[in-house]
Design a protein around this ligand. Structure first.
Ligand SMILES: Cc1cc2nc3c(=O)[nH]c(=O)nc-3n(C[C@H](O)[C@H](O)[C@H](O)COP(=O)(O)O)c2cc1C
Length: 210
């Protein structure tokens, strides 16, 4: 049995969102193909993901300089413990499915906050004498991203920073198998239904071999 984290970063519902609609079809097909796997849905708009604020940075600083967890303030304890739970859950999973809209060429801020929370030395990567190395080799990831324009090719490709950011972070964790389904060009009212249909077909197909 494998554990899949289904990580959605959208405030609306699937009927209002191309990325969530495709994500839902993917995960349903995945469940069908892998009935014994555990799929955990993490809705970034419902999860408690602490920002890296003064409590977090001071709490970590105290631990690094030898304080015990009990010596942290209540706010520091709460946030540091929550962040540890987030990254531990992430490390324990086998596969990651990220679903996000493109906002201003990148991912929504809640997903950036989650990515910060999972980028923890000693958990997803570690520093060695030869530089940092990823600790999650052998795991798999998929990113479903919807965008108004087209970025996978053409003149806008160089300013795409959603998929390319996430991919670089996941590679940094040592994950080599990273796939993408782009639902792109949704701004065209005429073409959007066909774009969605094509992405759903690709998602259902890919779910069988993910
Ligand atoms: C706040 C915001 C920012 C956006 N920024 C971009 C952008 O930089 N590039 C783009 O092609 N489309 C952009 N769009 C359009 C969305 O990417 C597009 O509507 C896409 O379908 C969103 O995914 P969704 O259908 O799952 O909501 C933006 C939309 C919103 C609401």
């Amino acid at each position: 049995m494998e554990t899949v984290l289904y990580i959605t970063a959208h405030p609306l519902d699937p009927q209002e969102s191309f990325s969530l609609a495709v994500g839902r079809e993917f995960i349903e097909a995945y469940r069908e193909a892998n009935p014994t796997d555990e799929v955990v849905h993490l809705d970034m708009y419902k999860e408690d993901i602490p920002q890296f604020d003064a409590d977090v940075l001071r709490g970590w600083g105290k631990l690094r300089s030898g304080s015990s967890f009990d010596q942290l303030s209540d706010a520091e304890k709460l946030k540091v413990a929550r962040l540890e739970a987030i990254v531990d859950q992430y490390v324990a999973a086998d596969k990651y499915v990220y679903v996000s809209p493109m906002w201003n060429f990148s991912i929504p801020p809640v997903l950036k906050a989650y990515t910060d929370a999972t980028s923890i030395p000693g958990k997803t990567f570690k520093y060695t004498q030869n530089g940092p190395i990823g600790l999650l080799s052998g795991k798999k990831a998929l990113h479903i991203q919807a965008s108004g324009s087209v970025y996978s090719e053409g003149p806008l490709a160089p300013i795409e920073m959603g998929y390319s950011y996430l991919t670089k972070v996941l590679q940094f964790y040592g994950i080599q198998s990273i796939e993408a389904i782009f639902v792109e060009g949704t701004a065209s009212l005429e073409q959007a239904p066909a774009i969605k249909e094509k992405a759903i077909a690709a998602a259902k197909e890919f779910a069988k071999r993910f």
